[in-house]
Design a protein around this ligand. Sequence first.
Ligand SMILES: *Cc1c(COP(=O)(O)O)cnc(C)c1O
Length: 423
Amino acid sequence: MKDYKLDTLCVQAGYKPKTGEARIPPIYQSTTYFYEKTQDMADLFDLKSDGFFYSRLANPTVAAFEGKVAALEGGACAIGCASGMSATTLAVFTVAGAGDNIVSSSAIYGGTYNLFAITLPKLGIECRFFNPDAPAEEIEKLIDGKTKMIFTETVANPSIIVLDFDKIAKIAKKHGVLFAVDNTLVTPVLCRPKEFGANLVVHSSTKYLDGHAAALGGVIVDLGNFNYKGNKRYPSFNEPDESYHGLVYADLPVAFGTKCRAQMIRDMGAIMSPQNAFLSYIGCDTLALRMERHSENAKKVAAYLSKHPKIEWINHPSLESNKYNKLAKKYLPKGQGGMLSFGIKGSTEKCAAFMEALKLITQETHVADVRSCVLHPASTTHRQLSEEDLKAAGVPHNLIRLSVGIENAEDIIADIEQALDKV
Ligand SMILES: *Cc1c(COP(=O)(O)O)cnc(C)c1O
């Protein structure tokens, strides 16, 4: 599968039936699996052979989805999780414990921000935030001997800041720190973080991968390009794991992926359900086509809004005037995704009036599915944040987030126009 182009992988990767078997991955709605020989089961428990024995650890339908995403990201393996949040949580836990820290961009998804700023510190894991626009020297200062991960988003939700991969990759490489990227908003169709120095990718598959607002899910992709062996920053990869008869993860071909599944999925159990894996797998079939259309439509809507007298500012990396246009040209040449944000001139009440006047585009706490939708983050997803934190997250009070769907662009623009007329 490796040599095929991305749009082919979207359709074909992850599952290949044997003769007489179902053409698409069946939903293996079973918690457990049958084996004739005791030794076969024992080998599975010892990680000596591949196979399924209990659906909290692995399931054939989930494996099909994992295989597809791993192929798309060019990774060594992928792990399907119950949600995007559980994917990020388990990714952090695989490398960090009490007394450790991670270094993260402050421009990240609201749920991830809460996890890093509030929940992880309660467990003894500190998160040090940096402004993604800050110079490398400033970001570098946050790293010390206990730093286990640098975390970023390719295109940040909802601030739509494009990641400067080179800047972060250089820092990560210099210090031997794992470079993790949440690639949810662009997907591997528009950007493969591996090509720009990332070591780990997480996704909320709830968004574009599923693409139809049908299934919650997340996925962790071990890109297989980080060397844990002898790296003093990662003792838990270099010391024997007592819960696996002294297994040393750094000695394995897929160190992170194996540790994540064998320890974190086993102990915390946030695995993806077979039903959601099935829906997400099918969703990915059309991912390449959808991302192209989402990007095209968003570009047209952004161009329209940029000329509208009632709009104070508009943020989409496709616009020449956009602060991140140069980075988008470098890292997202095929398209910049369907997410854009803009500010309506005047008070925040105007945001509500505009959104309520929309007829085709709906108000939802969701992004990145086939249907266009809007949200006012300051009063919803980001309402727990203080004024100062909102600023740090790049979310001004009049920001409206618009996730542009794959409807006809003329209909989307006409709906926005009639709603703006009423404001
Ligand atoms: C939605 C989202 C998440 C969280 O995913 P869930 O599937 O809702 O848990 C994480 N990161 C980004 C960028 C998101 O958009």
